[in-house]
Design a protein around this ligand. Sequence first.
Ligand SMILES: [Zn+2]
Ligand SMILES: [Zn+2]
Length: 119
Amino acid sequence: MTTTTQASKPVVAHCLRCGRALRNATADGYGPKCRVMVRKAARAEVVAQYKPHQVAKAEELIEQGGLVPLRGCRVFYAVSSDGATAYKAHRAACTCPAGIKALYPCKHRIAAHILSLAA
Ligand SMILES: [Zn+2]
Ligand SMILES: [Zn+2]
């Protein structure tokens, strides 16, 4: 067991939603609690539009950090599951094989949709 003294870290950012001081910079600018709230609200809107298993896959992708914001939280880089290819995803379009066929909204599009709502 290691004992570490919890030295107070400097404030590096403020939560976009409640303005609370954040001691760790976050990718989306929200504190942990607010992120949950914002994602929940975004999810409710998205769930109404897509199939539940697709939304689950999209959320898994987000949890894994599989989407990287490219332009103002609207366009994202999505890395393929084997890490070999990167796609460009927007809520309305994606350059992955499924997205180009556009038979159904791929998980990248749904994930981009969730993140663009949460931004
Ligand atoms: Zn907050
Ligand atoms: Zn896609």
